[in-house]
Design a protein around this ligand. Structure first.
Ligand code: CA
Ligand code: CA
Length: 447
């Protein structure tokens, strides 16, 4: 079975026979559009995920490896049957998601709570009393309560982190939502994830890091989606949000906001060849970390990622933050606001960002000079970006010139590479806001 999508026109060649339906007879009721999109592979040259063998996900799945899932249990079953070992299940498979899959759902049909996942020795009030910097000092928590917190994290990870194996396509049917879970692509090449709303992967047991930043920070374990030690991953037409549990509404402890979220989509631990296209990232603190360590080691030559036609709406930092990788950022729309805005593109150690034809709308109080941040990097290539400050219209602007005018040391203007893996025309920046509004995010594919 093959399907070819040219622009927005769908031209599909499909067999007449219905799919056998995997473990779920619902899959033989899928529309032919859904079936063709489920079999779709990454287009030729569409970003870094097109390098090497390209990205086909589960397109080669046999009929008995096509699933429609509507619960955590069904999702884990489709991924291979055991969440602890599913990351090694390389059988090609296509998984359609119907409705809401919640990470806290128990196989018996009940919904677990943080209290259910907590170690018997863990108590948050006791944790606060014990590790208050005024009592404990500015040193990392240790001892029985911290050990109990870590055991609780292990419990939660087993429950809410859903592990994906190689050669997998996961695609949402209309309205499909992954709620309160982390989709983990670790040591799993050739994965496609499309048309899903990722909502609020909250951490029941955040860590206190007293020496993270000047005043310490609470840190969460969980991204909405993580890509680690994997190649050829295509993340397309999804929406990432914290829904009704935003960072801005968290309580303050030890003078710092309790952070129950980590990244929206973090790409770390030597992952590479990832294309992130047509997604919408809704307002939150941290969005996308590309590389999690400054160590000049296994990440060198890795972490190559393409971001195109995404919307970053109201987020505060890491849009993305880049270490080591050659990262192509083109035709994205940034809508930035908020007193707590930090930066858009973080230029980290040996990072090689290529920023072309992006559009930036900045609320009053945010300046073009605020868009880059130097996390130990040295260079950025940019061209064709347009910025609207305050209520002024979009106009051509240099993020680099604006940054260098008010910062030392200056960043250099040549990241040392030119992207060649692009599919279709690169739009002028001025066309990007309307185009992405019509096309980016979950619910835009005709599934
Ligand atoms: Ca993370
Ligand atoms: Ca300067």
């Amino acid at each position: 079975m093959t399907a070819v999508v040219v622009g927005v026109a769908l031209v599909a060649v499909l067999p007449g026979a219905a799919l056998a339906g995997g473990n779920d007879k619902n899959s033989d009721r899928l529309s032919w559009v859904a079936r063709s999109l489920g079999r779709q592979v990454l287009p030729t040259n569409d970003g870094w995920a097109a390098a090497g063998p390209g990205t086909t996900g589960g397109a080669a799945a046999s009929a008995d490896q096509v699933y429609v899932v509507g619960s955590r249990t069904e999702l884990v079953d489709a991924l291979g049957g055991d969440n602890a070992t599913n990351r090694t299940n390389a059988t090609p498979k296509i998984i359609y998601v119907k409705g809401t899959v919640n990470g806290f759902d128990d196989p018996d049909g009940t919904r677990l709570t943080c209290a259910d996942l907590a170690d018997p020795e863990y108590d948050f009030d006791e944790f606060l009393a014990t590790y208050d910097p005024a009592v404990w000092g500015r040193v990392n928590p240790s001892g029985p309560l911290e050990d109990a917190r870590r055991r609780s994290v292990t419990n939660q990870t087993a429950q809410t982190q859903i592990n994906v194996g190689p050669n997998t396509t996961i695609i949402g049917l209309r309205g499909a939502t992954f709620e309160n879970l982390t989709l983990m692509v670790d040591s799993a090449n050739n994965v496609i994830v499309r048309n899903l709303l990722f909502d609020d992967a909250y951490d029941c047991f955040p860590a206190w890091s007293p020496n993270d930043g000047d005043a310490g920070n609470w840190n969460s374990q969980y991204d909405l989606m993580s890509v680690r030690r994997s190649e050829n991953v295509w993340v397309d037409h999804n929406t990432f949000t914290d829904g009704d549990n935003p960072d801005s509404a968290q309580p303050v402890h030890f003078g710092r906001p309790l952070q129950v979220h980590d990244g929206a989509l973090d790409i770390t631990h030597t992952a590479s060849l990832v294309t992130v296209s047509y997604n919408k990232f809704d307002g939150r603190d941290k969005v996308m970390l590309i590389g999690s360590s400054n160590t000049v080691g296994p990440d060198v030559g890795r972490l190559n990622v393409t971001l195109h036609h995404n919307i970053f709406d109201g987020s505060l930092q890491r849009l993305p933050r880049i270490r080591f990788g050659q990262v192509d950022v083109y035709n994205n729309h940034y809508k930035l606001s908020g007193d707590d805005f930090e930066y858009a593109v973080g230029v980290g150690v040996q990072g090689a960002p290529y920023l072309q034809n992006n559009a930036f709308h900045l609320a009053p109080g945010i300046a073009t000079a605020d868009l880059l941040y130097d996390w130990g990097g040295t260079v950025v290539t940019e061209q064709g970006n347009w910025v609207a400050e305050g209520r002024r219209p979009l106009r051509p602007a240099s993020l680099l010139d604006a940054y260098n005018a008010v910062n030392e040391p200056d960043l250099g203007a040549d990241a040392g590479w030119t992207p060649t893996l692009r599919h279709g025309p690169v739009l002028p920046a001025v066309a990007v806001p309307l185009y992405t509004r019509l096309t980016a995010g979950a619910g835009k594919l005709p599934v």
